[in-house]
Design a protein around this ligand. Structure first.
Ligand SMILES: Cc1ncc(COP(=O)(O)O)c(C=O)c1O
Length: 432
């Protein structure tokens, strides 16, 4: 049976999963990320080895990266602070806004854990809210019912690069006097109504880990306008030269020698790599957009598949780790794992999505807290609470995030033929 959405001719052939010939002939890997270093980047990395491999103040490539990143954000933020990871930058953000024991922070029930997990470290509680099944971001319609007297902030993740519904979220934050932390780790360059993400909240954090379109290898960057928040975020993970030079608050300045106990600064090598990646960021975003719109257009021909949605307010879809939703009810009840195995057997680089709802993860579901032995008020979640997050967690598969049109077009065309082959020969996947 060919769905109404396809106008494709039927062709009988044996699926590779049943011993037929593989359809994808292009050799793997089909997608390599991060891209290899250029000669220029290698030169700068080698030079950094002799210049300085432990930058203590705000200088060298660390300063350069922070300054260039502020320019990338259209000069609309005063301060940028680098860290050794996005996770560290997020911890600094929560610490900066004063999160402490018993506080509540509203956050999406499906994303990467580090967007919110560090609040447990501060003995606070994430208050999870289901996601919007189209944008994959926190469902703004469900936020207000989660607000209590203890709520201090809303964490917004622009999930897989699709911007969240910022107007609605900002309104709620203003009404209840809540801070907004924007986690832009998937969304470098994404725009909401023409304005870059990272420019909406009180603090924004971008991971620069290797999979990201802007990558340092390991690293994160926090941006903020408030001098007070800047000083607290600095003091959590930086000490000595940087704290001495940068902290303006007289009281906090006294702690410059030690900071508040953690050392979370970025290595200069990572800053050099990120500087090179930043130069190419806009071009890569453009190419990625071309590849993935082409791919989405092809996949939308199959009724059982839903490629990433793009809201009218957004310039990008959820393209980081490109997830496609699969509906078995629209494909003869063939389970997703069987469908994905059939694609993989044909040579498609595809995997089941590895981002589950938080209600399925021990950190968010086990009450007994051995992190802090005396803590009784840890909030936990169970399966059944977040239908959209749980559905997306179980019914999506992921593809390479193609970013080079020249290399990718032919691969995408072969993938399309594979989907068509499976679509037409579905009877080979039915339980006998
Ligand atoms: C949404 C989100 N937040 C935070 C992080 C943590 O960043 P890092 O891996 O740099 O610590 C990631 C990493 O993938 C992420 O996807």
């Amino acid at each position: 049976m060919v769905s109404k959405k396809t106008h494709l001719h039927k062709a009988k052939s044996i699926l590779a999963i049943n011993g037929g010939k593989k359809l994808v002939t292009i050799k793997k890997p089909h997608f390599v990320w991060p891209p290899k270093a250029t000669k220029e980047e290698k030169y700068h990395l080698a030079k950094q080895r002799d210049d300085d491999i432990s930058i203590k103040g705000r200088s060298g490539p660390i300063k350069e990266l922070e300054d260039e990143f502020l320019k990338y954000l259209d000069g609309k933020r005063k301060f940028a602070i680098t860290y050794n990871s996005g996770t560290s930058a997020l911890l600094a953000a929560y610490f900066a806004i004063g999160i402490e024991e018993g506080d509540e922070i509203i956050a999406p029930a499906l994303t990467y854990h580090a967007a919110i997990s560090s609040v447990y470290f501060l003995k606070a509680n994430p208050i999870l809210v289901d996601i919007d099944p189209k944008t994959f971001c926190i469902d703004s319609k469900k936020i207000e019912q989660a607000v209590t007297k203890r709520t201090k902030a809303i964490t917004v993740v622009h999930q897989w690069g699709h911007p969240a519904d910022m107007d609605a979220i900002l309104k709620i934050a203003r009404r209840h006097n809540l801070k907004i932390i924007e986690d832009c780790s998937h969304a470098h360059g994404s725009k909401y109504k023409g304005k870059k993400v990272g420019l909406f909240g009180d603090i924004a954090v971008f991971s620069l880990q290797a999979n990201k379109i802007l990558f340092a290898g390991e690293g994160g960057i926090l941006v903020v306008n408030s001098s007070e928040l800047h000083d607290r975020a600095t003091l959590l993970g930086h000490y000595r030269d940087r704290s001495n030079e940068e902290i303006k608050d007289k009281f906090l300045q006294q702690f410059w020698v030690t900071g508040y106990g953690l050392k979370l600064r970025m290595s200069p090598y990572n800053a050099v790599t990120a500087l090179h990646a930043l130069k190419k960021l806009d071009q890569r975003i453009k190419e990625r957009k071309k590849c993935l719109l082409y791919l989405s257009n092809k996949l939308s021909k199959f009724l059982e598949l839903t490629p990433p949605y793009i809201a009218p307010y957004a310039n990008m879809g959820a393209w980081y780790g490109y997830r496609v939703l699969y509906d078995p009810k629209k494909f003869h009840n063939i389970p997703i794992d069987k469908y994905v195995s059939a694609l993989a057997a044909e040579g498609v680089e595809v995997k089941l999505s590895d981002t589950p709802s938080f209600s399925t993860l021990p950190l968010f579901s086990i009450k007994e807290d051995r992190m802090y032995k005396n803590r009784k008020d840890k909030k936990t979640y169970s399966v059944g609470q977040f239908p959209a997050a749980e559905y997306i967690g179980l019914n999506a598969f992921k593809f390479p995030t193609f970013t080079d049109w020249f290399e990718s077009k032919e691969i995408i065309d072969q993938y399309f033929k594979t989907f068509k082959k499976i679509h037409e020969n579905y009877n080979e996947l039915l339980e006998k």
